[in-house]
Design a protein around this ligand. Structure first.
Ligand code: HEM
Length: 417
């Protein structure tokens, strides 16, 4: 354990010299669940000193977020958000000004591309002789090739929008993965590099947990984008701006649809590996995903039974927004449909775009359900629900009341590739 560097830093703490590499290496060597007591004690000291250390705000914020994430198990604050290091990623939030909605996708493309490029680089590195990072339960080469392919499928639309797609010239999946990850990773700012690197602290040393974390973070980046875009839709409907409402609904459908290959990528996770590291993730479940529930509750007011169940009791801040009367897309749609301000063609365009978004969200829920069944079998979930029966029950909850989800039944049978 390299506590020496940390002790040395504590004698003369400066924001630019924090020994991130040493601390991270120790966490990766043993897994967050097994971190040395001495290391935890020194990190606590570092956190106590933090308010007295001057420096540029992005670097101070990064160190603060890293220390909170690294110490979550010790602090008793360990949960889904801290497990996936979300505060480090600085994705947009639902409270950002709606005027920023057009830029949210650019930001999320960057973060999403960097997350995927990083996991591809990790998989490539692990195939090299002498690779030491997370050595337990390495996957077979065929499985890794599938990961490259699905990862690239998720990455391609982002590369296209970032004007980087031309770098993909190779023919083998491994070489394509290398080209994509090199192109994205070389284009990062220093703070972006740091935050992406620090945001993976697996609880154990199993290889597959790295991909698990990156996939969760990638989905969260998409949910964050949807929270901003759905608010823009609601505002546009209130302002009778059909074009803008349809635009952001379509953008949201596209973003969610583009994330689908991430499920295929995650389906290459080895079940034994998942069951091994899952022993140490107790208390962290995506039922605590703030952004997912914001998305759901921005679409329409959740039924009181669901609002008062684990689904919303696991995200108290979102539940409070609901209780405070958060205005929803469904309400805005009902209002515009009865206002007489918009002609029939305009209303139909809105309905079609809502229906298409609902369809994509139902598909997401069904794919998620099938993946959970594959990975968990009969085991219960980590979010204190009964596990897959919970997901089975919630997957057909209507996304909107004012627009029907006729496609729900078709979606139940859609395949997980
Ligand atoms: C190995 C793969 C996965 C398994 C086995 C799994 C399992 C589960 C289970 C059992 C639940 C119910 C809550 C609980 O008891 O924990 C749940 C909820 C949830 N999961 Fe997953 N999940 C997986 C991957 C993912 C991924 C990649 C995401 C993307 C962020 C995700 C997002 C969610 C969300 C948002 C909920 C809450 C759903 C709701 O309350 O309606 N899950 N998951």
């Amino acid at each position: 354990m390299c506590a020496h560097e940390l002790r040395h830093w504590l004698r003369s703490p400066q924001i630019h010299t924090f020994p991130y590499d040493h601390v991270r290496s120790h966490y990766h060597e043993v897994g967050k669940h097994f971190v040395d007591e001495e290391m935890l004690r020194l990190l606590e000291q570092a956190r106590t000193l933090l308010p007295t250390i001057p420096g540029p705000w992005p670097l101070v914020q990064t160190l603060a977020a890293f220390l909170d994430t690294a110490l979550d198990k010790q602090d008793g604050t360990y949960d889904y958000t801290s497990y996936i290091g979300l505060p480090l990623l600085q994705v947009p939030t639902v409270d950002d000004p709606v005027a920023q909605a057009p830029f949210a996708r650019t930001r999320c493309d960057r973060v999403g591309a960097q997350l995927l490029a990083d996991v591809l680089a990790f998989e490539l590195k692990a195939t090299e002789a002498g690779a030491t990072l997370l050595p337990a339960m390495r996957p077979e080469p065929e499985l890794v090739t599938k990961r490259y392919k699905h990862g690239l499928r998720a990455l391609r639309p982002k590369l296209q929008r970032m004007n980087l797609k031309h770098v993909l010239t190779a023919s083998s999946p491994a070489e394509l993965a290398r080209q994509a990850s090199d192109a994205v990773l070389v284009d990062r700012s220093e703070v972006e590099r740091l935050t992406i690197e620090l945001s993976v602290l697996p609880v154990y040393t199993a290889h597959d947990e790295y991909m698990f974390l990156r996939v969760l973070q990638s989905f969260e980046t998409t949910f964050a984008l949807l929270t901003v875009q759905l608010r823009a839709v609601i505002e546009a409907l209130a302002g009778r701006d059909v074009e803008r409402a349809v635009h952001f609904l379509n953008e949201s459908s596209t973003a969610l649809g583009e994330s689908a290959p991430l499920f295929s990528m995650l389906a290459t996770m080895q079940v034994e590996s998942f069951r091994t590291f899952r022993e140490f993730t107790e208390g962290a479940s995506a039922i605590q995903s703030h952004n997912y529930k914001i998305v759901e509750s921005l679409c329409r007011v959740p039924d009181s039974e669901r609002r008062d169940s684990a689904a919303y009791l696991s995200v108290p801040a979102v539940r409070q927004r609901v209780l405070d009367g958060q205005y929803t897309l469904d309400e805005a749609h009902r209002e515009i449909a009865t206002s007489g301000d918009v002609d029939a063609a305009g209303l139909e365009r809105i309905r079609d775009a809502m229906s298409s978004f609902a369809h994509t969200l139902l598909r997401w829920r069904n794919t998620h359900y099938r993946l959970a069944v594959r990975m968990l079998g009969e085991a219960t979930g980590t979010g204190y629900t009964e596990g897959t029966p919970y997901l089975n029950a919630v997957r057909e909850i209507p996304v909107f009341h004012t627009v029907s989800d006729e496609s729900a039944t078709d979606e139940r049978t859609a395949k997980l590739s």
